[in-house]
Design a protein around this ligand. Structure first.
Ligand SMILES: [Zn+2]
Length: 82
């Protein structure tokens, strides 16, 4: 179904890119933008399938090299301990 859920996902992904850009430029606002993206996806049926393998947070995949699977070291180690 195409509707609000898709719109939220697109918006959350866009915010993810904005956050990455801000972080790269050294702005401290990236944390809050990333948090906003997470709130947008805080619906079980509306998680990003390409997102973090732990919490489904939006990930910004690099153009080259390995795909990221985790949003943070915390999610990675949490999964390892299981
Ligand atoms: Zn995560």
């Amino acid at each position: 179904m195409v509707g609000q859920m898709t719109e939220r996902l697109v918006l959350a992904r866009t915010l993810g890119f904005v956050a990455a850009d801000l972080e790269q430029r050294g702005y401290h606002g990236h944390g809050v933008v990333r948090a906003a993206a997470r709130v947008l996806l805080d619906v079980p049926d509306d998680r990003d399938p390409d997102g973090c393998a732990g919490c489904r947070a939006v990930l910004v995949q690099p153009h080259t090299g390995r795909r990221r699977r985790w949003c943070s070291e915390a999610c990675r180690s949490r999964a390892r301990r299981r």
